[in-house]
Design a protein around this ligand. Sequence first.
Ligand SMILES: NC(=O)c1ccc[n+]([C@@H]2O[C@H](COP(=O)([O-])OP(=O)(O)OC[C@H]3O[C@@H](n4cnc5c(N)ncnc54)[C@H](O)[C@@H]3O)[C@@H](O)[C@H]2O)c1
Ligand SMILES: O=c1ccn([C@@H]2O[C@H](COP(=O)(O)OP(=O)(O)O[C@H]3O[C@H](CO)[C@@H](O)[C@H](O)[C@H]3O)[C@@H](O)[C@H]2O)c(=O)[nH]1
Length: 473
Amino acid sequence: MPKPVSICVIGSGYVGLVAAVCFAEMGHKVVCVDNDELKIKLLQQGGVPIYEQHLPELLGKHGGKAVQFTTNLAESVQGSEAIFIAVGTPQGSTGAADLSYVEAVVSEIANAIRDYKVIVEKSTVPVYTNDWIRRVLHRRGVRPDHFDVVSNPEFLREGTAVGDFLHPDRIVVGAGTKPAAELLSRIYAPLTEGFYYEQPGSLPGPCSAENPAKFLLTSAQSAEIIKHASNAFLALKISFINAVANLAENVDADIEEIAAGIGMDTRIGPKFLKAGLGYGGSCFPKDVAAFQWVAQQQGLRFQLLEEVRRINDTQQEVFFNKIRSTLWTLRGKRIAALGLAFKADTDDIRESPALKIISRLIEAGAHVSAYDPAAMEKAQQALPTSDRLSYAKDVYDAAEHADAVLILTEWKEFADIDLAKLNRALKFPIVIDGRNLYRPEVMAENGFTYVSVGRAGSYYAAQGKPRAVLIAE
Ligand SMILES: NC(=O)c1ccc[n+]([C@@H]2O[C@H](COP(=O)([O-])OP(=O)(O)OC[C@H]3O[C@@H](n4cnc5c(N)ncnc54)[C@H](O)[C@@H]3O)[C@@H](O)[C@H]2O)c1
Ligand SMILES: O=c1ccn([C@@H]2O[C@H](COP(=O)(O)OP(=O)(O)O[C@H]3O[C@H](CO)[C@@H](O)[C@H](O)[C@H]3O)[C@@H](O)[C@H]2O)c(=O)[nH]1
């Protein structure tokens, strides 16, 4: 097992915090820095700022021990061999990523460096950011032999972040020098050489000692583009299936059957073919826009990405129109909204399709009673206060006397609803499901008018036949 590395992670958001505890889990010594004093205080006191599977146990195991939390960037940089930058890169007004947080951190690093450090760009950034970081360090007088800059994009998903980090499909490292590449390979050796998976108590996942994580060494530019292109491709898959869903609905076909049939082709694969409300979250919307901007800067028009974004925006419009056409008028209607987070297993509400739909319903004069298993607090801070918006204590409380129920996030809790109890709570037994959590024939059997995405519910209710999906399962 190679010697552990002393690591500084700057940013204690989703990526920074997960990276910090996972590096500790891999045997390294970590200091995690943030300029948000409240967050650091919470972490120092053993608090967990985000809802993420396995994070509380790893914070409990390593917090204050192998991972220290601090606001002192200079000291943390000086005491570490590798400095990971994991601050936000939000979307700017032109679609380009706003790199001001990255630049601010690089300037602070420049003031702190006294000897050789490997600076690792982990935030999602446009191509040539690695070059810019080097230029800023030069301009600020840092000796060229005192640093290398590496691009190491992160591919974790919220909700499964810890598992994704420790069991990645691949680790991409864009490094231009041997010492930098060697340090990164030492950092990830527990995953790429399988040592971590041999440890008793290591978290289970798809990688193992026999099937360790893959390490791909590339140029910095390639690494930067790999990240943008991966997110854009996944967004493209989602928009593609949503476009097919809208067609399927018009011709009485079923998008679940179609996605199963497409996904069985191993060249295509079954993942990211779930039709629904379109993609949201803190990554896809901004990263597709940023990648399009990158192409524009090179004089290229990446029209495919324009279409991906257009379909995504349309998808929420399509769903809103379904609500309208099912309920006719919306003013004064009482609607239960199940789900606030942008997807299941997270409390993150950034770019959540659910919040956009709820806001539109309120604007249209409807009364919304909302419920989410994890995102209530964050949603209450984000949504405007309104006497037409209330927050329920559970699914059935939200549904009480409602004209209809909307399913906006694919929480397992919503797939396990007691349908008879739901039916009794509602004023009218209407479910409009943006996540296809139920089979239309089951909903028909339970007396519901059921509207979903890319499926003609009435067909199955009438035919009552087993479907290809069922046979395949
Ligand atoms: N969220 C994800 O699932 C995910 C996955 C892969 C990659 N990414 C990328 O990783 C980056 C970080 O994303 P995130 O979701 O963790 O962001 P976030 O907004 O949750 O966290 C960023 C953190 O950086 C801190 N910060 C900002 N400026 C700072 C400074 N000068 N010094 C110290 N700390 C500072 C903020 O206080 C915040 O805690 C983004 O580029 C994002 O695109 C995110
Ligand atoms: O078949 C699918 C899969 C996802 N989604 C939606 O797509 C969005 C993004 O989902 P997901 O990719 O699971 O969540 P993120 O946590 O945003 O992760 C993405 O964005 C991260 C930040 O860049 C990357 O690191 C991850 O690899 C990438 O999956 C959510 O709104 C989902 O509801 C669908 O509509 N259909």
